[in-house]
Write a protein that binds this ligand. Structure first.
Ligand SMILES: Cc1cc2nc3c(=O)[nH]c(=O)nc-3n(C[C@H](O)[C@H](O)[C@H](O)COP(=O)(O)O)c2cc1C
Length: 179
């Protein structure tokens, strides 16, 4: 990507992936992008779980009825967790790491999509896991004091999305000097 704005234009949510694995080198770069995220008071409340195991990704795809199915095909999922007791900006901090990962993925010609976990329900006929968070927590052995924010699904794109059109951005959302 030649400029940062063209990277931003190009990054779209990609939900279909080829079966090609994400290389170890690319996984390292994605983790580095996450770890270079700014965080309130530099408390870095986040933790990440890199998942490449197909069975686990498949099980994670079932954390919600809708909106998480792309994890089934994805060769990689990065679970973003945070210690909410460590910092009152844990959710903002986590969101920034998610964006850093997704932008890094776009720069590496990978596709990615945010799968929301925090605050989402899990439909379980047995009633054992009522939230998506509880489902992912159980699956990946995440301690109770750690919140699960989202999973970023990542892979080589198997769909094409249009870049953002710079002339069609909702410029009316930008206010000058006052509302
Ligand atoms: C906080 C947040 C939660 C999201 N949750 C989901 C999700 O659970 N499943 C999904 O398919 N996409 C999810 N998305 C992706 C959005 O649908 C997507 O970013 C939006 O439609 C804009 O499209 P774009 O990413 O291609 O620019 C989420 C995005 C954000 C920022």
């Amino acid at each position: 990507m030649d400029t940062f704005l063209s990277l931003l234009r190009h990054r779209r949510s990609i939900r279909q992936y080829t079966s090609e694995p994400v290389s170890a080198e690319d996984i390292k770069a994605l983790c580095q992008a996450a770890l270079m995220s700014p965080a309130g008071k530099r408390l870095n409340p986040w933790e990440f779980i890199v998942v490449t195991d197909h069975e686990k990704l498949n099980a994670m795809s079932q954390c919600r009825t809708y909106g998480s199915q792309m994890l089934e095909q994805a060769p990689l999922g990065i679970v973003i967790c945070a210690d909410s007791h460590k910092s009152d900006t844990w959710m903002f901090d986590s969101a920034i790491t998610a964006e850093n990962i997704m932008l890094c993925a776009a720069d590496l010609s990978l596709g990615s999509c945010w799968v929301q976990v925090y605050g989402r329900e899990h439909e379980d006929p047995t009633g054992h896991f009522t939230t998506a968070e509880a489902w992912v927590r159980h699956l990946l052995n995440i301690p109770d004091n750690i919140s699960v924010v989202c999973v970023i699904s990542i892979g080589h794109p198997n769909e094409q999305r249009k870049d953002y059109d710079i002339d069609k951005l909702p410029y009316d959302k930008i206010h000058q000097e006052h509302w």
